[in-house]
Design a binder for this molecule. Structure first.
Ligand SMILES: *Cc1c(COP(=O)(O)O)cnc(C)c1O
Length: 400
């Protein structure tokens, strides 16, 4: 084990050092080499060091450089050093975060993180928190808690009786609703099309609450009954890590508990009482490490810094005459390079060029490049280099 872990960390260090300079996307050659993994199930055993070697030599070049500072696709955070390190330790621990008796440390870290997160985000202190795989499952858990509460108030025990014959429930969503909410509605039996849409603006951004100069953007969120967010995005912990917060912790508990008899109560936190899964990894470990290393000031700086980088992108693009479609309040920039074809061509060329990676989206009917700055590792030189690349490609593609 000593040899394997030493070798794994040597290779991981080498990877993370190279990721700052290599192209953000794998080469065609690296992707083609993946077929080397496509062998019949081996009859014989292999030495762990050989397995690592194969994984690193074939696998590492075929990764997308999301751990580096110039990946601006989707909303994809990197991983903080403390969180990556904690993840290694957590792998060695191999804890099952199902019940406190299986892992007192997993239970304790979740409870500490619960308090820290509520304090950082300005949410009420009694709020229940579940450590889920991502925002999709956070939306699922929050909606299940809502289903319990709404139908319970109508005298219907949905966990016991199901939805057949239940009183009707109206679902209202914002016009910018994320597809994961609709997916969660379909999983919960509400149907993703039986929704009423209402106008909004804004679709994301709970982490703005941790940054003093951005907190005003979240005014009013404290009146919600539940909140869903990702830790693997802006908090920069490894996948998979999402958070569900429910004001009435009992509603989340009721919706997530397997059965009253199976899960006997103690006075310690039972991690699986707040999430859909039972046996699961102790993902609170990395969240704890990330929060512990950042502290309130570091967390605010992470958010402020990434927002400032986004503003730099927006200013540079505007100065060159391109149309930034959104008001850049946070870490997202949506830019058009002219007509739809030109915009799509610029995005494709930037992606192929490899200095940075930006995705495409359609926002309020308009095709756009989306630049999302969500990684702690992004530096000012990363932004300058990426901006120069985007502007160069756009000029060559006739965007202006
Ligand atoms: C990323 C995202 C989701 C989905 O989260 P997963 O972690 O991919 O499950 C949902 N809503 C918003 C606003 C997001 O940004």
């Amino acid at each position: 084990m000593r040899e394997v872990l030493t070798e794994a960390s040597r290779r991981a260090i080498q990877y993370l050092e190279a990721v700052q300079t290599r192209p953000t996307v794998p080469s065609h050659r690296a992707i083609a080499r993946l077929q080397e993994l496509d062998i019949p199930f081996p009859e014989e055993s292999s030495a762990p060091l050989d397995v690592l070697k194969e994984l690193d030599e074939v696998g590492s070049p075929a990764t997308v450089a999301t751990a580096g500072g110039r990946y601006f696709g989707f909303v994809t955070g990197g991983s903080l050093p403390a969180a990556v390190g904690a993840s290694v330790l957590a792998a060695a621990w191999d804890q099952n975060a199902v019940l406190e008796v299986c892992s007192p440390i997993a239970s304790a870290l979740e409870e500490v993180c619960r308090r820290w997160l509520l304090s950082a985000l300005g949410l009420p202190s009694g709020v229940g928190v579940g450590f889920v795989t991502g925002a999709t499952m956070a939306n699922f858990a929050a909606l299940a808690a809502a289903r319990h509460a709404v139908l319970g108030a109508a005298g219907w025990d949905v966990e016991a009786a199901g939805l057949s014959g239940a009183p009707p429930v109206s679902v209202i969503v914002g016009d910018e609703v994320h597809v994961s909410v609709l997916k969660a509605l379909s999983l919960l039996g509400f149907g993703r099309e039986r929704v009423t849409r209402v106008p909004v603006d804004g679709a994301f951004g709970l982490w703005a609450a941790v940054a003093p100069t951005r907190r005003n953007l979240t005014a009013g969120i404290e009146t919600a009954d539940s909140w869903a967010t990702d830790a693997h995005k802006w908090l920069n912990v490894p996948y998979d890590s999402g958070l569900v917060f429910v004001r009435e912790a009992a509603h989340l508990r009721a919706a997530m508990s397997a059965s009253a008899a199976y899960l006997l109560e103690g006075d310690r936190r039972e991690p699986s009482h707040f999430v859909p899964e039972m046996s699961r990894r102790a993902r609170g470990v990395e969240i704890w490490a990330g929060l512990r290393s950042l502290g309130r000031a570091g967390l605010a700086d992470l958010v402020e810094r990434t927002c400032r980088h986004a503003t730099c992108f927006a200013e540079g693009l505007r100065a060159a005459g391109y149309q930034v479609l959104n008001q850049v309040d946070l870490n997202q920039v949506l830019v058009s390079f002219g007509d739809e074809d030109t915009t799509r061509r610029v995005i494709r060329r930037v992606q192929e060029e490899g200095t940075c990676w930006c995705g495409s989206t359609v926002w309020q009917g308009q095709p756009a490049m989306r630049i999302s700055v969500s990684c702690w590792a992004t530096t000012e030189p990363d932004v300058e280099r990426s901006l120069a690349t985007i502007l160069g490609v756009a000029a060559a593609e006739g965007g202006r």
